[in-house]
Design a protein around this ligand. Structure first.
Ligand code: HAM
Length: 430
């Protein structure tokens, strides 16, 4: 017989398993974020994990790194070219247009959570599959809505126990202020062409605004001296940004006005912002999330001109931050009693009793695959439960259960019909 080679498998590069031990942090994040988003008036939406690849080229931007270098694309056997979503906003906007949400009272406020995929070089805090929690407020241009999103994020970070958060804001204006700015930027870079990387030389020709998100070491000194878009804002963008800053002051949200802040996606107009985690010394570490206004995207996607603003948080990074800050999380599994069973009949009755206890709201631990009473009581001890319920052959016949106080070792036999009341009474006293 030919020898079959044993094959082992690993998760794809940059993707990982989230094991039960880490789930308590994820659970806390969802609980807090979902409730808070609902309290602020955002409603949940789910969109497919794959969309037509063209949606991202049009939405996220044809010349962005996300689309040119990081998108996972595939061709179906039917010939469609799809992409694993690298971000949520274009899909949510497609859903807004496709489902006629433009006909609902505006603004339409939506939030979402789910995996995103970017083919990046994995490193600490950067994965190829990662999770976004995002909100989008669609259909209104008022600056107060930009601020509400920043306020929500700030509130959320605080509720999660993350205190060292640095908020950076900027305005990148609208198309009207962008043309004189683009000219100034091109003029500036044209004379420094030999000091920038090949990618930036390409950006200079194709999409000069992208020059500002180059991460190459070589380009940083040139970038640092480049003209800032904030100096080129038109009257309307200037007024909008001024109001945003006034609202932030009113809310006493500490922010940094960073005129060098840019975002790696094409659709932004006016306000943009990012949330950073600071270290002990106040130095910026990871970006935990970001967003901004995108008043032209819906029109670009074939809809009527519709202003919108939103953000997405990198949940994996927030979980890293929560662990680093050692925020308190409730254990996911916190049984109050342990069900010990002996013999065939005891086991059968225990399965039923487990369900009855659960229905009555009493979480019981068990080890149904074990037969020895000693081994089972040892587990009960380790779990730190207050009581064990022992159901053996005799108890099964008599329709009784033994309640054992784990601290004192005192045991008492009670009728099965009364065990829920008894155990609840005792647990309430402990
Ligand atoms: P983004 O800045 O590309 O924005 O992503 C938001 C956050 O996702 C980042 O700040 C970062 O925390 C996290 N993130 C990005 N890439 C990775 C990665 N490879 N591994 C782990 N975390 C990552 C957006 O995607 C926009 N859709 C936000 C938005 C919504 N703007 C308006 N509405």
């Amino acid at each position: 017989m030919p020898r079959i080679k044993k094959q082992t498998f690993q998760a794809p590069k940059g993707m990982r398993d989230i094991l039960p031990e880490e789930q308590v942090y994820w659970d806390k994040f969802f609980r807090v974020a979902h409730h808070l988003a609902e309290d602020y008036g955002w409603q949940k939406i789910e969109t497919p994990v794959v969309e037509q690849a063209e949606l991202f080229a049009r939405g996220t931007g044809q010349t962005t790194e996300i689309v040119t270098k990081q998108m996972y694309t595939l061709r179906t056997s039917g010939g469609d070219r799809l992409a694993l979503r690298p971000e949520g906003t274009p899909g949510v906007m497609r859903a807004y247009l496709e489902n006629g949400l433009a006909n609902m009272p505006q603004p339409v406020k939506l939030y979402y959570f789910g995996p995103m995929f970017r083919y990046e070089q994995p490193q600490a805090g950067r994965w190829r599959e990662f999770f976004h929690f995002g909100v989008e407020t669609v259909g209104e241009a008022a600056p107060v809505l930009d601020v509400q999103i920043i306020q929500f994020c700030f509130h959320l970070f605080r509720s999660l126990g993350l205190k060292k958060i640095n908020v950076q804001v900027n305005s990148i204006g609208c198309q009207q202020c962008r043309s004189p700015y683009r000219r100034a930027l091109v003029d500036y870079y044209r004379y420094r062409k030999n000091k920038i990387c090949p990618d930036c030389q390409k950006r200079l020709k194709e999409n000069p605004l992208r020059l500002l998100d180059c991460k190459e070491e070589k380009c940083q000194p040139v970038k640092a001296q480049a003209p800032a878009v904030i100096d080129y804002l038109c009257e309307e963008c200037h007024r909008h940004f001024k109001e945003v800053l006034e609202f932030l002051d009113e809310l006493e949200i500490p922010y940094f006005l960073n005129s060098a802040l840019v975002r790696g996606l094409d659709y932004y107009t006016k306000t943009i912002f990012e949330f950073f985690m600071e270290d002990e010394a106040g130095a910026l570490q990871m970006v935990l999330g970001g967003g901004g206004r995108y008043d032209n995207l819906l029109k670009e996607m074939g809809g009527k001109p519709t202003p919108a603003v939103g953000m997405a948080l990198g949940v994996d990074r927030i979980i890293l931050a929560m662990r680093k800050e050692q925020v308190r999380v409730a254990p996911a599994y916190n049984p109050k009693v342990f069900l010990v069973q002996l013999g065939d009949m005891g086991k059968r009755k225990s399965l039923k009793l487990f369900e009855t206890l659960h229905q009555a709201g009493v979480i019981a631990a068990e080890s149904f695959s074990r037969d020895s009473i000693k081994a089972q009581l040892k587990i009960a001890d380790r779990l730190g439960v207050k009581f064990s319920l022992i159901l053996g052959q005799q108890e099964a016949l008599d329709e009784t259960v033994i309640i054992r106080d784990m601290q004192s070792g005192v045991q008492e036999t009670v009728p099965q019909l009364k065990v829920i009341d008894e155990i609840k009474k005792r647990l309430a006293k402990k």
